[in-house]
Design a protein around this ligand. Structure first.
Ligand SMILES: CCCCCC/C=C\CCCCCCCC(=O)NCCO
Length: 738
């Protein structure tokens, strides 16, 4: 080889003119310098990030120490005694609120009590990332302006690290975001502050916030307050650990795959994942927000459900709608929350993928029995194709095949809790596929293939669009099943299993099907701790399957779990957050606010319910053709004056005459049909007639109840779906789809 190179070089040396050698030399030199520069830059960035991480760790440690010192000084001044701390942090939310409102205790006292308790919980769990220094000043100003008390006056609140606060880094556990302090304040924080709240600490998250463990190279590992060797769940794991440990009364997290609910279930508190769009997500560092098929949503976490309710009342206010006009301006609907009717509630303990463990099953069955004893009807439910749902969720949230993760972590320390996944993302595709195949054979778990293949993401924009369509179809199918069962709400396991030891999550991803389902569907879901693992649950593992590696891991990791908290999920249809879950009596669960819409083309259906004439296309293949309708209308001998008069009425006048009974729905329908056919002759604007419009109009005339659009004829674009009519968008391809 060496001889061959030397011979080639000699030949080239003697044959090539000097200029050629110079050019090639320059090109090769430039290329090598470019590569060397890149390598140097890469290692410099790595070094720089390591330095930044170290500095941040130091800063955070010091901030906690300083706070401790400050509180000790305060204690020596006897501003707050140990007993007072204990009393304040034991007050239920409503009592704390009352005492703050009445002035029995001050905002500063409450803040100090919670700071002391939070630092205590942090020592056990490492749940706090940073102290919010402005808290003292805010609490003081609350006390000074005690004549202007908002509903959250003086209530200390904790925030997941991803909530932006001016001056604070918002890293999501990634070094990339270090030394880039936020400029804007998170919208929810602004609203909460206006209501009187005092943000006081920030809490830990997993690196990149896309797993349910809670560890990152900057802030370290957070433990579960019930057993620090176990995970608190994630990604809002710091919040749950702090709240369940008693160090915060109200906290805020976020959820794209279960991050509000999994930690509440594993630590034993409660949380609410609202419908996306109900609460503003402005000012969140949700790494990967370019992906919009499944969106993350912020939400509250607390020890008690009443706190969640009070919090939602404080957030669903004009201030939030003003700060973020993209949020649907739906205020808290107390009338729904107070409603007492009996509900139809679906339930399941096994979603058809990984069976939930005995404790999680018992939790659901106990809630079911409780609800039945209160007169609600519980209906067994089987969720629609969970393998498909998982494929859709993972493909959507990792549509880039993990590229953005690999990219952002290229010069970062990769946390061991996600290192296998990152390594897999980096593999050549052929090798990755082989690993998935071998993994499937070894684990005997078909979900291994589902997750594995879906992590490859999509290959093209067309595939991404198809994915979007498939998600919509899945949602439609799920809603149909929900409707067929006439459900108001659903209860199901909080997760597939209880808190597992640190480091096991990468081998146990399958549990997430219990939570990701409601992110894909965008249904609001709350989680509430209802019981603790008992010895009988461990004994019942004898009936739990052991066919797959995953099932064996569940057994293995849950065998010493007596005493751990177990939660249940409560699910409603979109925008039905006004649920009341009481910890003491699990009575009224989810209060539906309105008769929810059939599907996303609801406007068409609502209108058709009120209307008469709807025109859509099937290219002349209607039973009643335009010519036949013309004949039919001629037979009615409607006078030209009547036609003229009705057509000349403004919308309001027409509405008034229909409401007063001066005109009937049929009168108006027929006149508009005549006019529409006339316009169609000139413009060919009508694609199809709605066959039963006259019957509908007659029906409306005989009904005594008149809706606001009673009798108003409406025309509908061809693309709005209506049962029995093709909806082609002008393409033959869709012609047979009715
Ligand atoms: C590179 C990251 C590790 C990937 C492990 C993937 C395992 C399961 C996928 C879904 C897990 C979802 C967990 C919850 C994430 C969440 O809700 N985050 C909130 C963001 O605001």
């Amino acid at each position: 080889m060496d001889r061959m190179i030397r011979t080639l070089w000699k030949q080239w040396d003697s044959d090539s003119p000097k200029e050629k050698k110079i050019v090639i030399g320059v090109i090769a030199g430039s290329y090598l310098s470019y590569r060397a520069g890149k390598l140097l830059h890469h290692y410099y960035k790595k070094y720089e990030n390591n330095q930044k991480i170290r500095r941040k760790q130091e800063e955070c440690r010091e901030s906690k120490e300083k706070l401790e010192e400050f509180l000790m000084e305060k204690k020596s001044l006897r501003t707050i005694s140990r007993e007072a701390v204990q009393r304040i942090v034991s007050l239920p939310f409503n009592d704390l609120q009352t005492e703050l409102q009445s002035g029995k205790i001050t905002a500063v006292e409450v803040l100090h009590a919670y700071q002391i308790k939070a630092l205590e919980v942090d020592k056990l769990t490492n749940c706090i990332t940073e102290v919010i220094w402005e808290a003292e000043e805010i609490a003081l100003s609350r006390d000074l302006n005690a004549n202007k008390k908002g509903p959250l006056h003086g209530i200390p609140i904790s925030l997941k690290e991803s909530y932006m606060i001016p001056g604070y880094d918002c890293t999501a556990g990634l070094a990339f975001y270090l030394d880039k302090p936020a400029e804007q304040e998170n919208v929810l924080v602004q609203v909460l502050k206006q209501a009187g709240a005092v943000p006081f600490v920030r809490t830990n998250i997993p690196q990149g916030m896309m797993t349910y463990e809670c560890s990152n190279p900057i802030h370290g590992i957070t433990g579960n307050p019930h057993d620090p060797n176990r995970i608190p769940g994630g990604s809002s794991g710091g919040e749950a650990a702090l709240i369940a440990g008693g160090g915060s009364i109200l906290g805020f997290g976020s959820d794209i795959g279960g991050s509000l609910r999994i930690p509440a279930h594993m630590c034993g508190c409660c949380s609410l994942k609202p419908t996306v769009g109900r609460l503003s997500d402005k000012g969140q560092n949700d790494f990967g927000t370019g992906q919009t098929l499944v969106n993350a949503t912020p939400g509250p976490m607390a020890a008690e459900v009443d706190t969640l309710v009070s919090c939602m009342k404080c957030l669903l206010v004009p201030k939030m709608f003003h700060l973020d006009p993209a949020v649907s301006p739906v205020l808290f609907r107390n009338e729904i929350y107070e409603e007492k009717r009996k509900l139809n509630i679906g339930f399941y303990v096994d979603d058809g993928s990984l069976k939930s463990n005995p404790a999680c099953q018992r939790a659901v069955l106990e809630v079911k029995a409780m609800l039945e004893s209160q007169g609600h009807t519980l209906i067994p439910f089987e969720p629609v194709d969970i393998s498909k749902m998982t494929e859709l969720f993972i493909k959507a949230t990792f549509a880039d095949g993990g590229y953005s993760f690999v990219d952002i972590l290229s010069t970062d320390q990769v946390d061991p809790t996600i290192s296998n996944t990152i390594m897999a993302f980096k593999m050549p595709k052929w090798l990755y596929k082989m690993v998935v195949m071998v993994g499937r054979l070894l684990t005997k778990d078909h979900m291994m293939t589902v997750f594995g293949n879906s992590f490859l993401g999509v290959k093209s924009i067309t595939e991404y669009w198809d994915l979007a369509l498939e998600i919509e179809e899945y949602k439609t199918e799920f809603l149909k099943k929900w409707r067929d069962n006439k459900l108001d709400a659903m209860i199901c396991p909080g997760f597939a299993y209880t808190a597992i030891p640190h480091g096991t999550v990468q081998y146990l991803t399958s549990g997430v099907t219990y939570t990701i389902l409601y992110n894909l569907l965008n249904y609001p879901a709350g989680t509430l701790k209802v019981t603790n693992v008992k010895q009988q649950d461990i004994d019942n593992f004898k009936d739990y399957p052991s066919n797959t590696y995953t099932e064996k891991l569940v057994k293995e990791n849950c065998k010493d779990s007596v005493g751990l908290p177990v939660g249940v999920q409560f699910v409603g249809l979109p925008y039905q957050e006004e649920l009341k879950l009481t910890l003491q009596v699990m009575d009224r669960l989810i209060r539906p606010f309105w008769k929810p819409d059939e599907d996303r083309n609801r406007s068409a259906k609502i209108l058709c319910g009120v209307v008469a004439a709807v025109y859509i296309s099937n290219q002349g293949k209607t039973k009643l053709s335009k010519a036949q309708l013309e004949e039919h209308l001629k037979g009615k001998e409607i006078s030209t004056n009547t036609i003229k008069r009705i057509l000349s009425l403004s919308f309001k006048e027409l509405q008034a005459e229909l409401q007063s009974g001066k005109l009937s729905a049929v009168d108006v329908l027929n006149v508009y049909q005549i006019k529409a056919l006339e316009v169609d002759k000139r413009t060919n604007c009508i694609t199809e007639l709605v066959q039963d419009s006259e019957e509908r109009a007659k029906q409306l005339d005989s009904d005594r109840k008149k809706g606001p659009l009673y009798g108003i004829p409406v025309s509908i674009k061809e693309t709005y779906t209506m049962p029995g009519y093709p909806c082609t968008g002008g393409m033959m391809f869709h012609f047979d789809e009715k």
